[in-house]
Design a protein around this ligand. Sequence first.
Ligand SMILES: Nc1ncnc2c1ncn2[C@@H]1O[C@H](COP(=O)(O)OP(=O)(O)OP(=O)(O)O)[C@@H](O)[C@H]1O
Length: 319
Amino acid sequence: MTLTKIIETLKTKLNASYILKSLEKAAGFSSESDNDSEIDDPGEIAKNIPYGSPARNFAKSPDSGNASKNVEVPLIKLTDVWKIYQMGEVEFAALKGINLEIYEGEFLVILGPSGSGKSTLMNLLGCLDMPSKGTVCLNSKDISELSESELTVVRGKMIGFIFQSFNLLPTLNTEENVLLPMEFQEENRQIARQKVSYLLDIVGLSNKKKNLPSQLSGGQRQRVAIARSLAVNPPIILADEPTGNLDSKTGDYILDFLDGLQKSEGKTIIIVTHDLELVKYATRIVYIRDGEIEKIETHPKNEQSMKNERGTKNEANLN
Ligand SMILES: Nc1ncnc2c1ncn2[C@@H]1O[C@H](COP(=O)(O)OP(=O)(O)OP(=O)(O)O)[C@@H](O)[C@H]1O
């Protein structure tokens, strides 16, 4: 299938003009040579991701209105959330009454020391676990009311996970690891392969397609994990210590890339970390300690640029 044909197919599927512009740019971009060149400005490159957000309205409640206009409705809402682990006779409350609203297009950094409950919170935000008490709503839908198969669909379409341990399958090569989420979504194989090729281009790993994870460096594995997390174009990216164990150059590259996704694609980025360095990217910072929210800070400059971006996008949508 030619690229023009693919664009035409996606045009009917995605129906959004700014995505088509990106696709056309991508057409030129993906034909570039196969090299593992470091990319100078990952934020700029993230602006050209050739996808739309078909999953954006998934599980949208009837009263949540038009998602593109209704930025007042939280994408994720936690109400008095507790997580209590049972160890024999002993109970341990890892989260104690968390209230948090996360909006579309935010770059949220959840900051806290070791053992404060960050990963526990991340698992709830990613629908990987259920609260012991309280509610977690995604697009106004209580996730505890979803069946296991509905949860699998939500996770597959709505959320891209980037874990510290990368979670790459050791027996699959780079290309196959990135392809995997699309196979679950029963994506057209040829289009899926085009997307994989494009994603590996943008993370600078075109010449590592056939390498197994054990044949990659830590930074390269992290980049495969990022490409895989973007494979089905989820509106939410959840990252657990995305720069842990990486050298500062690779770490900066990955953060600039995520920053670009948030700014230009309006993706909601949620990062949990104990690394204070990451707060410079945040629109809001949630400080967590001993299972409780200590304080929430807004980063006025980043928030303003998010609002400006939204304004431009809404104007573009109206034209
Ligand atoms: N399955 C479990 N059973 C019992 N206690 C648990 C379980 N998982 C986590 N905990 C406890 O809950 C608390 C929060 O753990 P969590 O992994 O969420 O912290 P964290 O902030 O992510 O820590 P780190 O930064 O070290 O990864 C810790 O005290 C931990 O020991």
